[in-house]
Design a protein around this ligand. Structure first.
Ligand code: HPA
Ligand code: ZN
Length: 324
């Protein structure tokens, strides 16, 4: 099975580029940028990655991003991730970035996007990996701050396919971002949002109706609501599920309890993704191996995750056909 998974072509649709910052790279950037970090070795960083929920992860994750200052840092970070994609047979990836994590520290939007985009262009040319960029708003910040970020993105429209919503789900429902998502849609962006990771099925329903999303990120809470599962299956609304993230953040106590196989068999367009691989213990192949070890999935079912991801991706129809 491991050989089958290694050779399986993959498409990633839920990946935060800031979440690919491996401890070794964090140390390298801290040194070259003269930024203090509260750890004395990469091992100490890894040891600190014990999470009990989403917030306990986010606190350490935003701290880690402080070492990213220059365009070269964003380029190197993205390039390191693309090399992992090459190892894992990832042929296409749709990457989230969180501009506010950087602009709030005085790093310009231009620095962030030019660094990431430069690496993506090189990845396409030299590795044959295609990609798209999705800009996320941090939901613990205000809608007004999201509007400011959307404004900053307008000159880079050609480099950004959509907008998303991440960070703390509890206490920050989709209602809070209804206006800025309407404006983003008007400007021609596609929309996605994290929903039903720690939140309720109602959060997923509201995300669909208010934010007009083309995909739901995570969405695993839908299994608590039979009629919602039916609706998601009938509409083939994609869910970008992140197995290792869900067990690391205690959404499921162990992988044997994960509902990804159930959702697949109910006919939902579920996909496998790595979310923040440097923090959750693995990239795409690791996520596939983890579910194949814990759940009774067949090779056809594992391959279906890739077919679903192609269906759910934001590339045009001709490119989708070429990927199958
Ligand atoms: N959920 C919410 N916010 C995030 C995540 C996540 O899984 N990863 C990075 N930011
Ligand atoms: Zn995520």
């Amino acid at each position: 099975m491991q050989d089958f998974i290694a050779g399986l072509p993959k498409v990633e649709l839920h990946l935060h580029i800031e979440g690919t910052l491996e401890p070794e790279l964090m140390f390298e950037f801290a040194q070259r940028n003269q930024v203090q970090i509260p750890f004395d070795s990469p091992e100490a960083v890894r040891n600190a990655y014990q999470f009990h929920n989403l917030q306990s992860f986010l606190d350490i994750y935003y701290q880690g991003a402080n070492v990213l200052l220059h365009e070269q840092d964003f380029f190197d970070l993205t390039w390191a991730y693309l090399l992992r994609c090459q190892d894992d047979n990832v042929m296409h990836t749709e990457i989230f970035f969180d501009p506010q994590t950087h602009t709030d520290r005085g790093v310009s939007f231009e620095t962030v996007i030019n660094g990431i985009h430069g690496a993506l262009v090189k990845g396409e040319q030299e590795l044959g990996i295609s990609s798209q960029l999705i800009m996320c708003f941090l939901r613990h910040l205000s809608e007004e701050a999201a509007f400011t970020t959307l404004e900053m993105a307008l000159p880079y429209k050609d480099k950004i396919v959509g907008v998303g919503l991440d960070s703390s789900e509890l206490g920050h429902p989709p209602q809070k971002f209804e206006q800025v998502f309407a404006k983003a849609l008007e400007e021609g962006f596609l929309t996605v949002a994290h929903a039903g990771e720690e939140g309720t099925p109602q959060n997923i329903r509201d995300t669909l109706s208010l934010l007009k999303v083309s995909r739901v990120d995570h969405g695993v809470a839908c299994a608590q609501d039979e009629s919602l599962m039916d609706e998601l299956a009938q509409t083939r609304m994609p869910l970008t599920v992140c197995p290792l993230s869900n067990t690391k953040l205690k959404v499921f106590a162990q992988m044997q309890e994960h509902n990804i196989a159930l959702l697949l068999r109910r006919g939902l367009c579920v996909t496998v993704n790595s979310d923040d691989p440097a923090y959750f213990g693995g990239y795409m192949t690791d996520n596939f191996n983890a579910i194949a070890d814990a759940l009774p999935l067949t090779k056809d079912e594992l391959a279906q995750f890739t077919l679903n991801a192609i269906e759910a991706s934001f590339v045009d129809e001709a490119e989708k056909i070429a990927m199958v």
